[in-house]
Design a protein around this ligand. Structure first.
Ligand code: SIN
Length: 535
C-alpha cells in the first residue's frame, strides 16, 4: 500500500543540525524528522571534544577567525567565518537554555556563559572549547531529543532512510516545464518493512552528516555513508571541496581493528605524541608541536609510521594530573580499560583515521542550496567555514549556527505549489543471489579509498582508484535499478557516488593544501588553486 505523508517541514537526519532546525520551524508548521536508525545514531552523539566559541574575556572573535582561517589553509570564506563565530556565544547559551549541561569551573546551577570550563585543541591559540566531560555531543543530543519529544509539532520516524529527493526528475511535466530544480520532500523507506513512502514537504532540511564510512579506518558511526551529499548531487546540486577529507590524528589502534576516538582535548590538556621508541617528533613539524592543526599532525604521524614500517604511535597522557585526566575523560578511560590500558600509567596506541568531510553540498550560511526549498546544514554542507581543513570543534558550532539560521529564514512561511507527486516506482523482484554485489563492494570501496585516496595521495593512484570505483558504481547502480530497494543498496550506492566525488575533486586540485596532500606536488599554488573545487 502506498503511503503519502504531508508535512510543512521534512528533516532528514537527527544530529544537532537536524534537531535544532526541527525545533525552530516547529513554531511555523508540522515537522517530520526521519532518521536511519535511532535518534542518537549520528556523528553528533560521538563528538567528544566540544564546541568552540569565544567565551573568555581574553579571547576575541578576531583570534578565533584567524585560527579558523589558518587551519583551513587560507581557503575559508572570511565573511562566513566571521558570521559563524560571532553567533557562537549566543547559540551556546541557546543549548544551555535547552538543558545542555556543560562542564563548569565550579559545579553549580549557573545557566550563564560565565564559569564554563574551557579546553583547548589543535590549531587554537586560546582555550575556547566548551565541553561536557568527553561526551559533549551526547549531552547536547540528550537535551535536543528531550525537547523534540516534548514538542507536539514534531513527528519522529526512526528506522527510516531517505531514498531520493522528490524533484522534477520524478514529476511528469505534461502541464509545462518547471524551471530550475525544486524539492518537494523525499521518498523515504521504512527499513523494518522495506516500504517506500512519499513524505511531501514545503521545505526539506538535509542534515545527514558526513561520509567517512567510505574509508576502511574511520572514527564515524556506521550510518555516515554520505547519503545526503549523494542525494543532493544526484538531484543536481553542486558539491564543493570534496577532496578535503580530514583524518583525525588519534584514533585508538589495536591489532584486532577495535577503534574509537581519543579526543584532541587530551593533547589540549598536555598529552604528548611519541614514537614506539619513546621519542617525540611533532616539534620537527610545526611550531605548535602536538597542538598543530589536525592535517599537519595526521600527516606527520603518517610520515613517521611509513618511514619505520610501523602501524601506530603512542599518545602519552601520563604527565597530566591523574585526577584531572580521569574526571575530564571518563568515557575514554572506560573504553581504554576495556582494552586493558590505564592511561594514567600506559601510553595509548593511536593512528590517524578518516574523521570529517570539510566539503559537501554547496550551501550558504542560511543553509540555502542550488535546489529550491532544500536546505543543508552540518557536515553534509560546505558553507565556506572550514576551507581546506577544519579547526577542531568548529563542526558542532557550524551545524548549530547554520541550522538555526535556516530555521529562522524568512522564506519558511512562503506558500509552495506542489505538482502531483507519483508513488515510488520500483521493480517487484529481488535477486538475492546477486547480493554479493552490495556486500562485497561496500568493503572494497573502503579498502580502495584507504589505500589509494588517503592522507598522502598521488595522481597515479587517484586515477587507478577512479576507474575501479566507477566500475563498482556501475555494478551497484545496475543492481539498484533492477531490484526492489533495500537500505544496504541505497547506502552502498551513495558511498560510491561520494567516493567518486572525492577522487574527481582530488584530481582537479593539482597542489597540496590542508587535508589534500599530493606527493607529486607537495606545495601550495595560490596563484592557480586558491579557490573552491566545484563539481
Ligand atoms: C575530538 O574530540 O578530538 C574531536 C573533535 C572534533 O572533531 O572537532
Amino acid at each position: 500500500m502506498d503511503r503519502f505523508r504531508d508535512y510543512d517541514f521534512l528533516v532528514i537526519g537527527s544530529g544537532i543540525a537536524g534537531l535544532v532546525f526541527a525545533l525552530q520551524v516547529s513554531r511555523l508548521g508540522r515537522v517530520a524528522v526521519v532518521t536511519k536508525r535511532s535518534l542518537n545514531d549520528c556523528n553528533t552523539d560521538y563528538a567528544q571534544g566540544g564546541i568552540a566559541a569565544v567565551l573568555d574575556h581574553q579571547d576575541s572573535f578576531e583570534q578565533h577567525l584567524n585560527d579558523t582561517w589558518l587551519a583551513g589553509a587560507e581557503l575559508g570564506k572570511k565573511v562566513v567565518i566571521e558570521r559563524v563565530i560571532k553567533d557562537g556565544p549566543k547559540l551556546i547559551q541557546y543549548l544551555i537554555d535547552l538543558g545542555t549541561d556543560f562542564t563548569r569551573v565550579v559545579e553549580n546551577y549557573d545557566k550563564s556563559l560565565e564559569n564554563l570550563s574551557l579546553t583547548r585543541e589543535g590549531g587554537h591559540s586560546h582555550r575556547r572549547v566548551a565541553y561536557a566531560a568527553d561526551s559533549t555531543g551526547h549531552q547536547i543530543m540528550e537535551a535536543l531529543i528531550e525537547n523534540c519529544y516534548q514538542n507536539e509539532g514534531i513527528d519522529i520516524f526512526e528506522n527510516h532512510i531517505a531514498v531520493d529527493l522528490i524533484t522534477q526528475h520524478h514529476i511528469h511535466q505534461d502541464d509545462g516545464f518547471i524551471p530550475g530544480i525544486s524539492c518537494w520532500g523525499a521518498y523515504v523507506m521504512d527499513t523494518k518493512t522495506n516500504q517506500v513512502e512519499v513524505f511531501r514537504a514545503k521545505k526539506t532540511m538535509m542534515a545527514t552528516g558526513g561520509a567517512s564510512q567510505i574509508y576502511a579506518h574511520n572514527t564515524n558511526p556506521d550510518v555516515a555513508t554520505g547519503d545526503g551529499m549523494a542525494m543532493a548531487r544526484l538531484a543536481g546540486a553542486r558539491l564543493a571541496n570534496m577532496e578535503f577529507v580530514q583524518f583525525h590524528p588519534t584514533s585508538f589502534w589495536s591489532p584486532d581493528g577495535e577503534t574509537f576516538l581519543i579526543s584532541e582535548a587530551v593533547r589540549g590538556e598536555g598529552a604528548v605524541l611519541r614514537l614506539q621508541d619513546g621519542s617525540t617528533f611533532m616539534e620537527n613539524y610545526h611550531e605548535m608541536g602536538n597542538l598543530a592543526p589536525r592535517d599537519i599532525v595526521s600527516r606527520a604521524i603518517d610520515a613517521e609510521l611509513k618511514k619505520r614500517g610501523e602501524k601506530y604511535c603512542l599518545l602519552d597522557a601520563t604527565g597530566i594530573d591523574h585526577v584531572k585526566l580521569k574526571k575530564h575523560f571518563p568515557y575514554i578511560d572506560s573504553r581504554l580499560r576495556e582494552q586493558g590500558i590505564d592511561f594514567t600509567k600506559d601510553p595509548i596506541p593511536v593512528a590517524p583515521a578518516a574523521h570529517y568531510f570539510c566539503g559537501g553540498v554547496l550551501s550558504t550560511i542560511d543553509g540555502l542550496t542550488d535546489i529550491r526549498n532544500l536546505y543543508c546544514a552540518g557536515e553534509v554542507a560546505c558553507t565556506g567555514l572550514h576551507g581546506a581543513n577544519r579547526l577542531a570543534s568548529n563542526s558542532l558550532l557550524e551545524a548549530l549556527v547554520v541550522a538555526w539560521h535556516a530555521g529562522n529564514h524568512p522564506s519558511n512561511s512562503d506558500p509552495v505549489d506542489f505538482p502531483p507527486i507519483p508513488p515510488w516506482q520500483q521493480p517487484e523482484c529481488f535477486y538475492e543471489n546477486e547480493w554479493v554485489i552490495i556486500s562485497h563492494n561496500r568493503e572494497i570501496i573502503g579498502t580502495i579509498m584507504q589505500g589509494y585516496v588517503g592522507i598522502r595521495r598521488s595522481r597515479r593512484l587517484l586515477k587507478y582508484a577512479l576507474s575501479r570505483i566507477e566500475n563498482i558504481y556501475n555494478e551497484i547502480n545496475n543492481f539498484y535499478q533492477h531490484n526492489a530497494v533495500r537500505k544496504e543498496v541505497i547506502e552502498t550506492r551513495n558511498m560510491a557516488v561520494i567516493a567518486i566525488a572525492v577522487i574527481r575533486s582530488a584530481l582537479l586540485r593539482k597542489e597540496s593544501r590542508g587535508a589534500h596532500f599530493l606527493i607529486d606536488v607537495p606545495h601550495r599554488d595560490d596563484a592557480k588553486y586558491k579557490l573552491d573545487t566545484i563539481i
